[in-house]
Design a protein around this ligand. Structure first.
Ligand code: E4P
Length: 219
């Protein structure tokens, strides 16, 4: 399973990269705004900075346009910033058309804002590289985000779709474990969810005991 970090914060991306387990980055317009990155040129430069930190890993950069021609125009610019850029396209009618265009022109895509298995089938048919079902936002309305990942995984397996399931809107370390079990190929989440996987009280107690015993024996 691949680990992507869901942020536009360069320090967090560097920290995840230093951990040695980072496979990529996802961003969205809200995350870019949160970092105070505004204006087309600055946004493109920021994507370049992210790509340079991540190295070989994929970096999702989202189009702002909502019409087919605009998405295609914007997606081509984004894809030209760096070879690791994956164009993030919303799950709307024009988006499906744009995903097919990008597929035919060998530009990789991440279909975002996915909340149903029907949408997942459409995105895979159009040729999306990645599919982003939003686990946390489904949970927010008391539906089951992990059950959605499981259902999409079952469908993609029986239909032999190549699209990778990128479990997005991951809010807790438990979500990561559940998404892995449900068949997600990728999870994307904030840094604290990744580091949260480290935590176990028995690890802390055990390490403290080992060090104490070593000190006692060695002075
Ligand atoms: C990633 O691709 C999504 O944009 C992101 O995971 C959404 O997460 P949120 O629901 O926590 O904003």
């Amino acid at each position: 399973m691949k680990f992507f970090i869901d942020t536009a914060n360069l320090d967090d991306i560097r920290e995840a990269k230093d951990l040695g387990i980072l496979d990529g980055v996802t961003t969205n317009p809200s995350l870019m705004a949160k970092e105070g990155i505004t204006g087309q040129d600055n946004i493109y430069k920021h994507y370049e900075k992210i790509c340079n930190i991540v190295g070989d890993g994929d970096v999702s950069a989202e189009v702002i346009a909502t019409d087919y021609e605009g998405m295609v125009r914007e997606g081509k610019i984004l894809a030209s910033i760096h070879p690791t850029i994956v164009v993030k396209v919303p799950m709307i009618k024009e988006g499906v058309k744009a995903i097919r265009y990008f597929y035919d022109n060998e530009i990789r895509t991440n279909c975002t804002l996915v909340f149903s298995s029907g949408q997942a089938i459409l995105a895979a048919k159009a040729g999306a590289t990645y599919l982003s079902p939003f686990v946390g936002r489904v949970d927010d309305i008391t539906w089951d985000g992990i059950a959605l990942i499981q259902e999409i995984s079952d469908i993609y397996n029986v239909q032999f779709f190549d699209t990778e399931i990128l479990a997005a809107s991951i809010r807790t370390p438990l979500h990561i474990v559940q998404a892995a079990k449900a068949g997600a190929h990728v999870v994307t989440c904030p840094l604290n969810c990744i580091t949260g996987l480290l935590k176990h009280p028995l690890t802390d107690i055990g390490l403290a005991q080992f060090l104490a015993d070593h000190r006692k024996a060695n002075g």
